[in-house]
Design a protein around this ligand. Structure first.
Ligand SMILES: NC(=O)c1ccc[n+]([C@@H]2O[C@H](COP(=O)([O-])OP(=O)(O)OC[C@H]3O[C@@H](n4cnc5c(N)ncnc54)[C@H](OP(=O)(O)O)[C@@H]3O)[C@@H](O)[C@H]2O)c1
Length: 245
């Protein structure tokens, strides 16, 4: 484990109230981050001297702008932004098994959280990472968004929105490199992680392939600590391996 990469860093975690995002906040603090901005729609959790909770909807540009203003009251620079929100199902949406299950509402909802929120977060937060020092913008994607890896079909909205997320962040990485050569922008596959998002789909997953959120968070921080600017624009799995587009 490379603990040193996070020591003294100021980091924003979007989607920090539960799941992998909440575990990332704890893992960052355990690794010596100086301050963590922990954002979610509910703003759930308590502040302390190293954690500030923010109420933020990453699909809403006004909300993102307000978060930037709030962060800039304390610091002009961040070492990392880790964007975690994702949507696989909710009360109204189930992952599609066949084309006939597709609805425009589900496509829109999935793209809003999985694809649009990450690039809107990048649009508003990347300027805080353009300071010439090594910095990271990471967005949690999913291997099922890989077109090359898709042998099973189904899950149209989620797969397509995650593929779009990868393209959007890859494109942002190219533009961001013109602002700072030390900035790394990437998408990450966390593996299958025991959270509310995966709970209904864990039946066929072997115990050793189902990570706790804590383990997933530390694995992802290890991957991010090891990336170099030349890796910017890539799509990486929890073990550091590149995922085919
Ligand atoms: N779990 C897995 O097995 C797995 C596998 C592959 C990929 N992933 C990806 O990993 C990421 C994290 O997954 P997870 O399992 O930790 O999900 P989760 O348990 O559902 O947590 C999602 C977090 O995002 C927040 N959130 C949701 N919508 C938001 C929005 N519009 N703005 C700001 N925050 C928002 C939620 O809090 P509020 O509701 O309070 O806002 C919550 O803190 C997702 O992108 C997912 O697609 C997960």
């Amino acid at each position: 484990m490379d603990d040193s990469a996070w020591v003294g860093q100021h980091v924003l975690v979007v989607g920090a109230s539960r799941g992998i995002g909440a575990a990332l906040v704890d893992a960052l603090l355990a690794r010596g981050a100086a301050h963590v901005w922990a954002a979610s729609r509910t703003g759930a959790g308590l502040d302390d001297d190293r954690v500030t909770r923010l109420t933020l909807d990453a699909t809403d540009e006004a909300s993102l702008q307000a978060a930037v203003v709030r962060i800039r009251q304390t610091t002009q620079l961040l070492g990392a932004v880790i964007h975690t929100p994702g949507l696989l199902q909710n009360d109204a949406i189930r992952p599609e098994r066949r084309m006939q299950d597709i609805t425009l509402d589900a496509l829109r909802a999935s793209f809003a959280v999985n694809a649009f929120a990450p690039i809107l977060t990048a649009k508003h937060l990347l300027p805080l990472l353009w300071h010439g020092e090594r910095a990271v913008f990471a967005s949690l994607s999913a291997r099922v968004g890989s077109i090359g890896d898709n042998q099973l079909g189904g899950w149209y909205s989620y797969r397509a929105a995650k593929a779009a997320q990868n393209q959007l962040i890859h494109t942002a990485a190219i533009e961001a490199a013109r602002k700072s050569k030390a900035l790394i922008c990437c998408t990450l596959h966390p593996g299958t992680v025991d959270t509310g998002l995966s709970k209904p789909f864990q039946a066929g997953v072997k115990a050793e392939k189902l990570f706790s959120p804590e383990r997933a968070a530390h694995q992802l921080l290890d991957v991010l600590a090891g990336l170099k600017p030349a890796d910017s624009g890539g799509f990486f799995a929890w073990d550091g391996q590149r995922v085919v587009w």
